[in-house]
Write a new protein. Structure first.
Length: 362
């Protein structure tokens, strides 16, 4: 286990394209940090810089207080689990898991004990004599994790390890990684574009966009108090609804609808009186009771919940499109008229996209 301090690191390629801007993060001993964001946001590049597979253009990387910014990958005491498993097809599972220790010329008895212990943790004890081609994708990913475990590194690094698995295997393997973290109490950094993985695995999430960190916080903090519109739209499934609205005395006025404000919301929006803002409402916070007119165009039954899509305020435009997540089984048809209300609301500055009330933290 280890503490990792990432201080103002940048990544600038030879063609002057900058992929990562001023990345700062203090990773606590035993913490599981998930870097999440869309493709090309810089999360994998950041992980590769930490691993030593990419040069750090500026800034410093400290492991337990020691500066390892320029240290080669082999001397960083980190183990990386890749998306494509990176197993040797001609070796058995036992040989794959033992490979790094064999290269170090460790005592064969020690190697044997470490491999058996890792195999027991990962449920691979009966697979050790097989070749990778004889295993499922989920089992091969567990072998890749086992190869890291036997090294007993200070930091585990995961680069989208579940991307090649089907939905069922992703869920099962995700749970195994969470149990592994709890059992090993290891420091882990995990990269994914899947918000479900981020929300279910992380002690803290780092949400990135276009090379910049947008917000760092617990899963609940990013879900319930997003720092800006990007985080609000990226975290949560289905995504948050956004509407143009003007701040009036005691209410918000949008195209064809009005939303009442409580005392705390009125105080928060007082500086925006008469101005346009972006109103955000998560689908699960759209209520079946209210006075906002909604015309349905799609109904998706999911068992315990139903996703209902439509337009509000009598305006059939993208700006008034809404998705609602209602509990239970609903039977709305295209063209049905209903009314809805808004529960928990989020407010964003029209120009900056920053959550109102968080401008000083932007």
């Amino acid at each position: 286990m280890a503490q990792l301090n990432i201080q103002h690191i940048d990544k600038i390629y030879d063609n002057n394209v900058q992929a990562v801007f001023d990345f700062n993060l203090d990773v606590k001993d035993g913490e599981l940090i998930v870097l999440v964001g869309p493709s090309g946001c810089g999360k994998s590049t950041t992980l590769r810089m930490i691993a030593g597979l990419e040069d750090i253009s500026a800034g410093h990387l400290l492991l337990d207080g020691k500066d390892i910014t320029q240290a080669p990958a082999k001397d960083r005491d980190m183990a990386m689990v890749f998306q494509n498993y990176a197993l040797y097809g001609h070796m058995t599972i036992y040989e794959n898991m033992a490979f790094s220790l064999t290269l170090r010329k460790e005592n064969p008895n020690v190697i044997h004990k470490k491999v058996l212990a890792a195999a027991e943790i990962l449920g691979l004890s009966s697979q050790l004599n097989k070749k990778p081609s004889q295993l499922s994708g989920g089992q091969r990913q567990r072998v890749a994790m086992g190869r890291s475990i036997v090294r007993n590194p200070k930091v585990f690094l995961f680069d989208e390890p579940l991307s090649n698995l089907d939905a069922k295997l992703r869920g099962a393997t995700r749970r195994e990684i969470l149990l592994l973290h709890k059992r090993l109490k290891a420091t882990m950094l995990y990269v994914t574009h899947d918000q479900t993985e981020a929300l279910t695995l992380a002690d803290r999430i780092v949400c990135m966009s276009m090379g910049h960190v947008q917000q760092v916080g617990t899963p609940l903090e990013l879900y319930d108090s997003p720092a800006n519109k990007f985080v609000a739209s990226f975290i949560g499934l289905p995504p948050m609804n956004f509407f143009n609205a003007t701040v009036r005395e005691g209410f918000l006025e949008g195209k064809g609808f009005k939303v009442a404000l409580d005392a705390s919301e009125r105080a928060l929006l007082m500086p925006y009186a008469g101005k346009e803002i972006d109103l955000g409402v998560r689908p699960e916070n759209v209520l079946t009771e209210g006075d906002i007119p909604m015309k349905v165009f799609s109904n998706e039954n999911l068992g315990m919940n139903t996703l209902v899509h439509g337009h509000i305020g009598g305006v059939e435009a993208v700006s008034n499109k809404i998705s609602a997540k209602f509990r239970g089984w609903c039977d709305y048809k295209d063209g049905d008229q209903t009314t809805v209300g808004f529960g928990r609301k989020h407010f964003f500055d029209k120009e900056t996209g920053v959550a109102i009330g968080r401008e000083d933290k932007a």
